[in-house]
Design a binder for this molecule. Structure first.
Ligand code: ATP
Ligand code: MG
Length: 174
């Protein structure tokens, strides 16, 4: 019944729980797991730094993130207010690799035997919905919240949109 399970991950605690549950289900149903990460273009430098530290990123990567943070502070000061954060692509790609490597480890540890990893770019909810169609996912297992877990809302904007529009069954893990 659950042959293909799509698990989008932004590396957050909620997404980690989603990976664990998806792997458990994939193991039990002998299903395939698709681990999907969309580059973190909307994450703040603070979120990126905290996540990089948690994932055991190299000193070189941490330094590059610190540099991006400094550049952001300078631009914001010059603009007299907040401006969009432009983190260089190479940082986001490396973060994506770290996030999916960690997800792969969790998936293996929780019983998944067959999984594919995809790192891509775009608007997260749209990419997740497209990937679910393309992969013919029977279920999407995602976190109810993600990295931007600041407000008291139950669902993040990505999980909310995906749950509303997906054809496949959605599980938003708490
Ligand atoms: P918001 O982004 O609206 O501030 P949030 O970060 O708390 O809120 P979401 O972004 O909706 O919550 O994240 C919910 C789930 O959606 C995550 O746990 C993850 O499964 C998935 N997700 C969110 N962003 C990405 C991403 N860039 N790549 C892959 N999966 C993602
Ligand atoms: Mg988010």
């Amino acid at each position: 019944m659950l042959q293909t399970i799509l698990v989008p991950t932004d590396g957050s605690e909620h997404a980690n729980k989603a990976v664990d549950l998806a792997a458990d289900l994939a193991g039990k149903y002998d299903g395939r797991m698709v681990i999907l990460h969309i580059l973190l273009r909307h994450a703040s430098a603070m979120e990126l730094k905290a996540l990089a530290q948690e994932l055991g990123a190299s000193d070189a990567l941490l330094q590059r993130i610190a540099k991006a943070e400094d550049a952001y502070a300078e631009t914001a000061m010059a603009a007299y207010g907040p401006v969009p954060l432009m983190v260089p692509d190479n940082i986001l790609i490396e973060m994506g690799e770290l996030i999916t490597e960690a997800a792969e480890k969790r998936a293996k540890a929780h019983g998944a035997r067959d999984f594919t990893v995809r790192v891509t770019d775009g608007a997260p909810a749209e990419v997740i919905l497209k990937a679910a169609d393309h992969e013919q996912a029977d279920a999407i297992v995602m976190g109810s919240r993600g990295l931007g877990n600041l407000t008291g809302l139950l669902m993040g904007s990505v999980s909310h949109k995906v749950a509303n529009h997906a054809v496949a069954t959605c599980i938003a893990v708490k």
